[in-house]
Design a protein around this ligand. Sequence first.
Ligand SMILES: NC(=O)c1ccc[n+]([C@@H]2O[C@H](COP(=O)([O-])OP(=O)(O)OC[C@H]3O[C@@H](n4cnc5c(N)ncnc54)[C@H](OP(=O)(O)O)[C@@H]3O)[C@@H](O)[C@H]2O)c1
Length: 373
Amino acid sequence: MAGELVLLTGGTGFLGYTILVDLLQHGYRVRVAARSHEKIAKVRAAPSIVALDPTAAQLMFVIVPDMAALGAYDEAVQDVDFIIHAAAPLHADHASAVSGSDSRKVQSLEDAFVTACVQGNLGILQSARDKGKAIRRIVMTSFTVAIAPADFFSNAAAVAQMEGGEEVIRGPEARIPVPEPPYNSQLHAYCAARTASLEAAETFANNHTLRFDLISIMPSLIFGKDELATDTDSTRMLMYRLLPQMPSKAPVDGDTANNTYQGEIVVVGNAVLCTDVARAHVRALDPIVKGTQSFVLNTDARWEDTVPITKAHFPDPFDSGVFWPGGPKWFTVPLRWDTTKVRDVLGVELATYDAKIKEVVDEYLEKAGSRHG
Ligand SMILES: NC(=O)c1ccc[n+]([C@@H]2O[C@H](COP(=O)([O-])OP(=O)(O)OC[C@H]3O[C@@H](n4cnc5c(N)ncnc54)[C@H](OP(=O)(O)O)[C@@H]3O)[C@@H](O)[C@H]2O)c1
């Protein structure tokens, strides 16, 4: 609603920035909790913010260097009506957890992902309870990885075995136990972090009498235009290697880190457009939407369709060698989600996979073109 103040975390990242733009476009005032002045300057200089030209009363920033610190958000929550909490470590460079001995690495993966996410969620809830007298709702970003076993995302056999060989359909109310440590990979630690932080937030909300309610938004893999990305190396623009570029060296069998990888990749076919995810977060603030519920956001994607769809919309980059029809063979794990509430309750129609490809490839080609000349 126009003029209400929203505290937004993660606003210097891909999704959070898109939420920020949507909030401003819909008349909210926004206080962004950021970790550095450098990131604040980047957000202020991004195209949609420049175009919207918000006043100092419409867009403000507060520095919160460590979301896991005790009372980190005590100041940031003051006078706000809503919170959207989208901050979370997503990569090892956020986590700085990739060096040291194996046991130190495993421990630091747990600290950097699981502890940070859980403390971040609990810390913002505690600050809201103790210092945010006007807060009516907190919308938290989660992830579909929080509510399905990690094996489901990359292993068709595991899905078939666990769910009797049927195509799996999971809804927003599905929950799983928190995977036990040790976490031996970033992915493992990240999935555990999302499950543990969702459970921690919901348990906190259930066990305390609060003035506000909680809504969790669980998107699948988010694709889309990334205004904060400065070059074409962004994973968002390369579509997670679904669209390989022409190899600069001979294709390599078995080297998954290499752009020329020739093998097979089996992974769950789930994707959602970033602007749809942002819209869902902002729609969830509306008082006509009941609190204490969750939403799963996803449209089914068949990864093996990516190259044919792209070719149909953008034939030239294949002719000129920008994209390469070779590369790994993708196989899609059939894990489906029940997203009906997103349309019925939030009124958001999720974009098709085809539309997502068009948006991402369009931005990629624009950025590549401007970079080369
Ligand atoms: N990307 C996806 O495909 C996807 C899918 C489903 C759910 N999600 C969820 O969506 C949310 C945003 O993801 P994203 O793709 O936008 O990631 P992103 O671009 O990496 O942005 C992450 C944001 O969180 C902040 N952050 C990271 N670690 C932090 C920490 N320890 N303390 C405080 N802030 C921290 C970052 O701040 P800096 O800018 O200072 O680094 C940044 O603002 C996350 O909760 C993620 O789990 C993402």
